[in-house]
Design a protein around this ligand. Structure first.
Ligand code: SF4
Length: 784
């Protein structure tokens, strides 16, 4: 068994791709996978021994579709869409990827027994060991490390590869980590834009949620800003299409001519990283032409609140109330004084201090960005900027779905502030038909009593700090699950050369020999979603779902919860991991918040799902979670880092004024591919037939300047690393940038890996990875 596994791993896909690149034999990918397909689907004819089980697909596409799984003679043979109740049938959905689980479960590269490393880290040499040996080794290492280096030095990382409560990255792992009193790495991905947005509307980044998708059909003008949702959030796109059929105008802001751009009424191919200027310019048009919603702006935003010029803070009364300029008495008064008529625009000296309303400050800032000025910076026609602003301000209700294309810059939070300000000036918050970025499902509905049963807590560490933590000896052991971190995190060469050698132990729990598994000391085989039972948190839908177990795990694989249980028993807190998965799931929702929401086990088991909010969920109808209770487009909180208004700053590397710009002229962008979810599904034969290898999309102008022909194999490089990959000419890509689908495992590249090119520079306020704030150049690969 071991030999076979090692042999499969050693048959390098790089070697195959070298051949396919040199001889154009791409069709071989299909040939190879069809052999796998026959193996995976060698099933018996229908028998009476057949059942349909309701399960849940739970990758990080954020869609968590309900599945009906056909099991015949104990084997999964088919997946279908699992229907929702009639009143919520809009959430009926399944995608091509979700239909391929039979090939994931029975994949010949499935890890089916625990493994111990016997060669160098990264050499891919292991030997099988028993579960007892694996768990004893890990538990002892946890104990020894915590005794020697402190509790926090043992760190767990649960990625987003499973939304299950017991087995995913949000539930069981946290219960275990609290009892262990260790550390948990989290955050740092997809938070910058939301950080900026929540600076304006209040609450945590992932609490700044949109109206729920069934309400989107009421939207009449929508800006999709940096969103490749037709690739990344296929099922949510359906709700946008519903809005379009209902007459919604669509504006797409994207430097690429994306699938959604091809459907737009207006496409704005903005220069990468100049998005805040576009937002400021749209605000300039809206403000200068008085297209704003005066009533909302005066009553629900800080626009009339006076700001002191000396310390830039809000002017407050002796009893701490925000002050406004009363246009009747022409004096400063507390905002809630009976009969006060706050002026929108006022600049006055009050008690010897010059003060302006927030609106005046915003107006002054936006005045610098007329469409003509912004056109030069954003490389867009001024008329299109003006048109977009007028469309957005005059058609109601409107929404802006800011997404991850604008998030992944060092200064990705600024555009979040800009988007929230645009929504506020147009008075769209709290209305049916409004869309704000993403809908976060029932993320905030949880059970702290279940997560932390003994009142203990783990140390929360930001993922982007892991490089420094390991370097400084603060983290000595890493246990990763639901995550392919060596494929998905930035600065891969730093991981290999600096981080991994300083870790005393790396444990990876996974289904396949991913690039992360390659670097593990102990590998734990985990169960597939269909092999487990638990509650699943809905992604971009307002439900919890129930996953029934369809089949037994393959080989010796175990659900992650079982692994936590085995470790907990060895570490002295096994009593918190007893009971069946159903009993633990029941315990998780045994909380007044779930009762109030009507989420019961009976409903979950009977229907497969339970709604967590009344339909339709529309946020902000009862105000904002800011200190003032209003939209704080002028943010005192952001004063400390000079961002009280959405001032434009270029990305630190991708911007035209960066030191790297002189050496590396091209911006490196990565996007989602509709045949994978990040790196999940990367090795599925059916999907590889449709998307057989990575390709970099380049504008023909940039390619020809470098003597590259369409289809040439090229090397993308910068000071940090390289990746060798086939090129595809595409007019859909702006000159000056290249575009590569993220998520491909290293073995699919001819050489290198796209994460060798990225970096982990930390903006202290957001601590978010800046995957697209990267510059490169490319040339024809010398040796293929
Ligand atoms: S991959 Fe995502 S969209 Fe596709 S079926 Fe699974 S949850 Fe649904």
């Amino acid at each position: 068994m071991q030999d076979n596994e090692l042999q499969r791993f050693d048959i390098s896909r790089r070697g195959f791709l070298k051949g396919s690149a040199a001889f154009g034999a791409l069709g071989l990918a299909g040939t190879g996978s069809s052999i796998w397909f026959k193996q995976a689907t060698a099933i018996s004819a229908p028998t009476v021994n057949e059942k349909k089980v309701r399960s849940v697909c739970s990758p990080n596409c954020w869609q968590t579709c309900s599945h009906l799984v056909t099991v015949r003679d104990g084997k999964v043979v088919k997946t279908e869409m699992g229907p929702f109740p009639k009143e919520d049938e809009e959430y009926n959905r399944v995608c091509l990827r979700g239909l391929t689980h039979v090939q994931r479960i029975y994949h010949p590269d499935r890890i089916t027994q625990p493994l111990k490393r016997v060669g160098e880290r990264g050499s891919g040499k292991w030997e099988p060991i028993s579960w007892d040996e694996a768990l004893n080794t890990i538990a002892q290492k946890f104990k020894d490390t915590q005794a020697q280096h402190g509790k926090e030095s043992v760190a767990l990382y649960g990625g987003s590869g499973n939304y299950g409560i017991l087995n995913g990255g949000f539930g069981g792992i946290l219960r275990f980590a609290g009892l262990l009193e260790g550390s948990v790495y989290g955050g740092s991905i997809d938070e910058a834009m939301l950080h900026g947005f929540s600076t304006v509307v209040g609450g945590p980044a992932f609490g700044a949620t949109s109206n729920e998708p069934v309400d989107w059909k009421n939207c009449k003008v929508l800006i999709l800003w940096g969103s490749s949702m037709a690739e990344s959030q296929v099922q949510s796109t359906k709700f946008i299409n519903d809005a379009r059929e209902n007459g919604c105008k669509l504006i797409v802001v994207d430097p690429r001519f994306s699938t959604m751009a091809s459907k737009a009424d207006l496409w704005l191919p903005v220069k990468p990283g100049s998005d805040p200027v576009l937002a400021l310019s749209m605000l300039q048009v809206i403000i200068s032409e008085k297209l704003y919603d005066l009533d909302f702006v005066l009553k629900s935003t800080v626009a009339p609140f006076l700001v002191r010029e000396d310390d830039k803070k809000f002017l407050k009364s002796a009893d701490g109330k925000y002050m406004v300029w009363d246009s009747v008495s022409r004096t400063a008064k507390a905002f809630d004084t009976p009969g006060v008529k706050p002026a929108l625009e006022a600049s006055q000296e009050i008690d010897g201090v010059n003060c302006n309303t927030s609106f005046v400050l915003l107006k002054k800032l936006t005045d610098e960005y007329t469409p003509e000025k912004a056109a030069e910076i954003c490389d867009l026609p001024a008329e299109d900027i003006r048109k977009a602003a007028k469309m957005f301000a005059t058609i109601k209700p409107g929404g802006i779905r800011g997404s991850m294309g604008i998030d992944r810059y060092y200064n990705g939070d600024i555009i979040g502030q800009g988007i929230a300000t645009l929504l506020a000036m147009t008075g769209n918050f709290g209305k049916s038909g409004n869309i704000q970025n993403l809908f976060f499902g029932p993320f905030e509905l949880t059970n702290p009593g279940w997560l932390f049963p003994a009142g203990t807590f783990y140390t929360n560490k930001r993922l982007i700090n892991i490089y420094d933590d390991v370097d400084q000896g603060k983290t000595k052991v890493l246990y990763a699950m639901c995550s392919n971190f060596m494929n998905q995190l930035t600065d891969r060469n730093r991981w290999i050369q600096e981080v991994l050698p300083k870790l005393d132990m790396v444990v990876v729990a996974d289904l396949f020999y991913t690039p992360s598994v390659k670097y593990a000391d102990i590998v734990l085989p985990v169960a597939h979603w269909y092999e487990t039972e638990e509650i699943v948190m809905g992604g971009e839908m307002p439900f919890f779902l129930y996953r029934h177990k369809a089949i037994e795990p393959q080989g010796e694989a175990k659900p992650d919860w079982e692994i936590w249980k085995g470790l907990a028993e060895r570490l002295g807190f096994g009593q918190y991991f007893q009971g069946s998965p159903e009993e633990q799931s029941r315990a998780f929702i045994d909380d007044p918040a779930f009762k109030k929401a009507g989420v019961t086990m009976e409903k979950l088991k009977r229907d497969g799902m339970a709604r967590a909010f009344p339909r339709p969920f529309i946020p902000y109808q009862d105000g904002f979670k800011t200190e003032s209770g209003r939209v704080e487009f002028y943010s005192e909180k952001a004063l400390t880092y000079g961002q009280e208004l959405p001032y434009h700053k270029w990305p630190i590397e991708a911007g035209p004024d960066s030191p790297e710009a002189k050496k590396y002229p091209l911006v490196f962008n990565t996007q989602h591919n509709r045949f994978r979810i990040h790196s999940t599904y990367c090795n599925v034969p059916w999907l590889l037939e449709l998307s057989p290898e990575p390709t970099v999309h380049v504008n023909p102008k940039d390619a020809k300047e470098r003597g590259i022909k369409d289809g040439d194999v090229v090397e993308l490089f910068n000071d940090r690393g390289h990746v060798v990959v086939k090129s595809v000419f595409s007019e859909a890509i702006r000159p000056g940038m290249v575009n590569l689908d993220q998520g491909w495992w290293d073995e699919y590249y001819i050489k290198g890996h796209h994460q060798e090119l990225t970096h982990a520079k930390i903006k202290p306020e957001t601590t978010n990875f800046s995957f697209s704030d990267v510059r490169i150049d490319f040339k024809k690969a010398e040796e293929v």
